[in-house]
Design a binder for this molecule. Structure first.
Ligand code: 26W
Length: 826
């Protein structure tokens, strides 16, 4: 804009949050924005009007937050993540800005069904599972704690696929979440950065005769910003999540247009815009696709350009002071190429010398590791890097050269060590180890639970732990109580607040005050009533969706998470089969009615995980239709597990299944959400379960099975699953039913591959070794469930002692120990 705006004449409405004002806005939005009247408008029209009504009430705080950051220029955190599993924003936004109650009243008075409106919104499913959801919880906590922070990621046009179950099998359907528009995002057409790929590197001497590098003849893609406001709870701080969309660059099109090749121009435009088309649905296995590496560099390059532009906007900032103003957290190794890109910018654009550039870079970056599974550790072929990012490859070689020299001085003559820590893997082909790049380029690297961090030090990062022990720290995960309590369980939240006030919402440790009511029978009754109503609600949903009738008085036994061998959904199935056999053969004296609920997605190419889904559905089919177990056992697989379905399932759980092989689940966060909602945990000493048990007390936690050390030892000493098969007739009975097609009468061999996996193929995740302990612990669960008071007591204690697992606590630790950023006063 050339002309100066007369701010005297610039006056907006200052929207208030009272019922009348909300109703006025709803009418305005429906009329002026949606262009409908109440007679013709659909639920979707009303949702859009409602979303605009809410979003407009976040604008002033959002702009004020951005203005104050610009004015004060505090140190900021940049959270770089290829995934943000946000879910729906309508209710969360209302809760955080204090609109929920008046909005509900406004809607009620107008005759609008708020629940119906809520369901219209698509989930923003821009993530796979734990890692993506953690990023979303962190954004909520960062704003709530008034920490200057920006989330950076990709605006995928298609998020996590929708899972349908057809004939018991998973079928993937595209998630076209933007079809009806996204009311929460603001396209910023002017915030556009050019991202380079390919080309070649030329050297030239600068004025002082030093060799400098230019990256030339590149193919370019533009990154355009889409901003989403992230309001904190009960605070005016509203941070920004900036997601990048790929747009074809003008030059690129022109070239073909000039050649008169219109069709080719349009095709190429499409190809470059494909970069932000779809989220890769794999967790834990890298697929090595070139497009994925392009996505990584695309969002890293745009984000770093944006970060540096913002930094240099303040004339007082000099490049040497970057780490005083910028902390960049890499969510796993997915953004690790940022280390090389920062070096490139400092060397080639800002002409720093190597040592200074490196010092700044390592002070800026830190990296979170989310998994120890070897198949999840990213490596990229050197050949691919050379083709796409030739300058970065040079820089990575140079980083490696310096690092290897440093290590060889520390440990002279240890050639094996050098090979192991090198950023370059040599065999069978040359590849870049992204975890090594991220580790060497960061001043801190962290695990996500105490056990996980200890295992990092003793296993995959053992060499780095010798080289720089102070670098590896622990940051135990947490979840945001705003979503996972206030929103998921309004009833429980109100009950808690009626006893201890509302302080717990932003200081979860205050839940401890509930301990005084554990034996209060009125409180117990109210607490049970909440759980019962959540179970009845879920039962209704399942009835509608799956036409299976659930008994809300049965024990709801819940395992919800991605389907993976290491998470051992198969062990859950073995328990279900054993229970089925015990009941139908009258081997149980006083069986406790149980409903086993499983949900989760399998990566589309993960054959075993998909077989497990089919098996669960096959077992459910048999069990649910066998009169011999009627009223005593039900099993359901709830399709399309997502943030939205999690919000319905988790509050209804009595029992939380956290049964991964010890040493495999980095942390888990579903375990925290379930316990916070009053489920008791049956689990292994894995991930954050260890710390959860420590908090709630071992009497209130069902721990079974091998420890991580025992599991490692058993594997080392030679594990033979057949020993367990032959040594336990009930286990054998269950496994033989799989082998012989008991649950697949239409195709007797269908479940053979799973039988083979657990026997001949060595049962890598030690299910058979943990089977007996698991079954025995399930008996203890039944025994306790028979004692209503004792169960409720422990359930209340679980809630009361979960305070540690708020993401507010986690983020405070990151802020102090890794980022050195301050919480601002508001
Ligand atoms: C490259 C493919 C890929 C994609 C995602 C590999 C690995 C991942 C993630 C690391 C998978 C993930 O979500 N990990 C989970 O992170 C959670 C948050 O820290 C932990 O609670 C879970 O235990 C961990 O499995």
């Amino acid at each position: 804009m050339k002309k100066k705006i007369n701010t005297q004449k610039f006056k907006y409405s200052h929207l208030s949050k009272d019922v009348a004002s909300i109703q006025h806005s709803l009418a305005d939005s429906l009329t002026y924005t949606i262009g409908k009247d109440p007679h013709t408008s659909t639920a979707r029209d009303w949702f859009s009007a409602a979303a605009h009504t809410v979003r407009n009430r976040m604008m002033e705080n959002w702009m004020e937050t951005m203005r104050s950051y610009q004015k004060e220029d505090p140190k900021r955190v940049y959270y770089l993540s290829l995934e943000f599993l946000i879910g729906r924003l309508f209710t969360s936004s209302m809760i955080n800005v204090g609109l929920y109650e008046p909005f509900k009243q406004a809607a009620d008075e107008m005759g609008l069904d708020l629940d119906e409106l809520r369901e219209v919104e698509s989930d923003a499913a821009l993530g796979n599972g734990g890692l993506g959801r953690l990023a979303a919880c962190f954004l909520d906590s960062l704003s709530t704690l008034n920490i200057p922070a920006h989330g950076y990621g990709i605006r995928y046009e298609y998020g996590m696929f929708n899972q349908q179950i057809e004939n018991g099998y998973q079928v993937e359907h595209p998630d076209n979440w933007l079809r009806y528009g996204n009311p929460w995002e603001f396209p910023r057409a002017e915030i556009l950065f050019c991202v380079h790929f390919g080309g070649r590197v030329v050297e030239y001497p600068d004025e002082e005769g030093k060799i400098r590098h230019h990256w030339v003849d590149t193919t370019d893609v533009m990154a355009m910003a889409y901003d989403t406001p992230i309001p904190g709870y009960a605070t005016s701080t509203t941070n920004n999540m900036r997601l990048w969309a790929a747009k074809a660059s003008r030059d690129f099109e022109l070239q073909y247009f000039n050649e008169g090749n219109y069709i080719k121009a349009v095709q190429e435009k499409n190809a470059s815009e494909n970069l932000s088309k779809v989220l890769y649905p794999n967790d834990t296995t890298t697929n090595g696709k070139e497009l994925r590496l392009k996505q990584q560099f695309f969002f890293v390059s745009a984000s770093l350009q944006d970060i540096l532009r913002r930094f240099f906007r303040n004339p007082a900032n000099q490049v040497e002071n970057l780490p005083d103003k910028v902390a960049i957290q890499m969510n796993d190794t997915h953004p690790a190429v940022a280390v090389a890109e920062m070096m490139r910018l400092l060397l080639d654009t800002h002409h720093l010398d190597w040592d200074q550039a490196w010092e700044l870079t390592t002070r800026i970056f830190s990296y979170t590791n989310h998994t120890l599974l070897p198949e999840a550790l990213e490596t990229w072929p050197v050949e691919m890097f050379e083709r796409l990012l030739p300058r970065h490859l040079q820089i990575i070689y140079e980083i490696n050269h310096h690092f290897i020299r440093h290590v060889s001085h520390m440990f002279p003559g240890d050639m094996e060590l050098l090979k192991r820590v090198s950023l370059i893997q040599e065999e069978p082909e040359k590849r870049i180890r992204m975890a090594h790049l991220a580790t060497v380029g960061s001043h801190r690297i962290n695990g996500v639970a105490r056990l996980h961090t200890e295992l990092m030090k003793s296993t995959i990062f053992a060499d780095f732990y010798r080289i720089c022990p102070e670098k590896i720290v622990n940051m135990t995960n947490g979840v945001t109580p705003r979503l996972w309590m206030l929103q998921a369980n309004n009833e429980l939240s109100s009950l808690i607040s009626s006893k201890i006030g509302q302080g717990w919402i932003t200081d979860l440790s205050q839940l401890r005050q509930l301990e005084q009511f554990t034996d209060d029978s009125a409180f117990q009754q109210a607490f049970r009533h909440v759980k019962r109503s959540k179970k009845a609600f879920l039962a209704e949903r399942v009835q509608q969706l799956l036409k299976v009738e659930l008994n809300p008085d049965s024990l709801f036994d819940v395992q919800v998470k991605r389907i993976h061998e290491y998470k051992r959904q198969l062990l859950n199935v073995l328990h279900a089969i054993t229970r089925y056999n015990r009941i139908r053969h009258n081997r149980l004296e006083n069986p406790v009615p149980r409903t086993i609920i499983v949900a989760g997605k399998a990566a589309p190419g993960y054959v075993t995980a998909k077989r497990i889904i089919k098996l669960i559905n096959d077992v459910a089919e048999v069990v649910n239709n066998d009169p011999a177990v009627r009223g005593l056992l039900k099993m359901v697989f709830i399709p399309n597990y997502s943030v939205s379905t999690a919000l319905e399932i988790i509050p209804a759980a009595d029992l939380s299944e956290q049964i991964s092989t010890a040493g495999t689940e980095a942390s888990g966060t579903g375990n925290m959400k379930l316990a916070l909602n009053g489920a008791l945990t049956i689990g292994t000493l894995d991930g954050a379960n260890v710390e959860m048990r420590e908090e709630v007390g071992e009497d209130n936690f069902f721990i079974f099975g091998l420890t991580a050390a025992e599991a490692a030892e058993l594997r080392r000493d030679g594990y033979n699953p057949w020993d367990y098969y032959h040594g336990n007739w009930e286990l054998r009975e269950a496994l033989d039913m799989l082998r012989d097609g008991f649950f697949s009468p239409d195709e007797l061999t269908r479940h053979r591959p799973l039988f083979d996996l657990l026997t001949e193929q060595g049962d890598h995740y030690l299910l058979l070794a943990d089977y007996a302990a698991y079954i025995a612990m399930q008996e203890n669960v039944d025994a306790l469930y028979r004692e209503q008071h004792a169960w409720t007591r422990k359930s209340i204690l679980n809630v009361a002692r979960m305070g540690k697992f708020s993401s507010d606590r986690t983020i405070s630790e990151y802020a102090r120990q890794i980022w050195q950023v301050e919480q601002l006063k508001t």
